[in-house]
Unconditional design. Sequence first.
Length: 286
Amino acid sequence: MDNEDKKQDIKDDENKEQNIEKEIDNNKISDEDKKNTEKDNIDSSKNTSSKSSLETKERDWFFEPKKDGSPSTVPSDVENVIKNHSTYFLGDTSEKVIYLTFDEGYENGYTGKILDVLKANNIKAAFFVVTPYIKTNKDLIKRMVDEGHLVCNHSVHHPSMAQVALKSKEKFKEEFTGVEEIFKEVTGKEMPKFFRPPMGKYSELSLAYTKELGYKTIFWSFAYNDWNVDKQPDPESAKKRIVDKAHNGAIYLLHAVSKTNTEILDSVIKELKAKGFRFASLEELK
């Protein structure tokens, strides 16, 4: 073998080595790309999973009242569903404080008297209203606002928000914005960001959508059968129940259509104050 042949063999070997190195480098790049792609897929899967993992099952709100005066509780599975979605059924349980709320589906002639009692006792409450209520009771809405009460969102049509959430996010949003718009038209103000799900029906998805809209969901830790206008509870037994079930951080749900509630409200407030409770606004919720 002459010198020229040796030089060519050496050059061929060098080229082979360079090609091998390039192939190794390309494989490294390919492996790196593969890792990055896999990471992106995992991250994407996590994001999708975090949304798709939200429970869509319709639930009915309920709580477990206590006989010893301690705050009401909810089962652990309910606690797990509500805990990450700005959802409240209690306020500050370290203090003897009560949050008084009224649901207003329609006007039954008692809201004016309720406002009189609240004003006389210097109590600020929250009224959860639907669109038709605002349209047909503009003067009452203005009075609520003028006297320092919260007028809050209870939806346009009073549907199950769990069912609306299954239709589309846009349909869900419309149940909020419809109330906001008529409220602003009547009062010139923005609606406070508190929402009570109609009929207490909800899902984890509906709670998440509500939070996305900037709202706190307000359930309750006390309620009783006061809503049936044709079967009103006895005033004395109702008053005893309301007062005896008082607990730290209680969120009371009362219906303003109730004749009984209207008759006993003043004495209920006075008795609860005598027991050391104060009444707070939902705006204090943290």
